[in-house]
Design a protein around this ligand. Structure first.
Ligand code: ZN
Length: 112
């Protein structure tokens, strides 16, 4: 019969009691070694995955922010800088004369 005390010792008793039992019980010793390996493995693997996950989230956030920033900047420049939107639509920035307003010889808006 295989010893089944390991789990209850591991969960309900303290470490020294567990160690004491392991010394005299090959079944539980084997079980304990298996557990040690698993927890070592988890300890090694977990931080690596956590880091990976964090990095991916950061990269995604950075991309989203950059895209948002570029869109806002591009739309902002076109909407609020009429020279650029005129250049896009008409090929050159429109002067006051082009808009049909009265201008003086310098191309400045004539105010009477
Ligand atoms: Zn045992």
């Amino acid at each position: 019969m295989k010893c089944t005390k390991y789990e209850s010792l591991f969960i309900f008793r303290d470490e020294s009691e567990l160690q004491e039992h392991i010394k005299n019980c090959p079944d539980c010793k084997a079980e304990h070694e298996k557990m040690q390996k698993v927890s070592e493995l988890l300890g090694e693997v977990r931080p690596y995955f956590m880091q990976e996950k964090k990095n991916h989230a950061k990269v995604k956030l950075a991309c989203a922010m950059l895209a948002m920033f570029l869109c806002t900047a591009a739309l902002g420049v076109i909407n609020f800088n009429t020279d650029i939107s005129d250049t896009i639509r008409f090929g050159t920035p429109l002067s006051a004369e082009d808009l049909g307003l009265p201008v003086d010889s310098y191309g400045l808006l004539l105010v009477e």
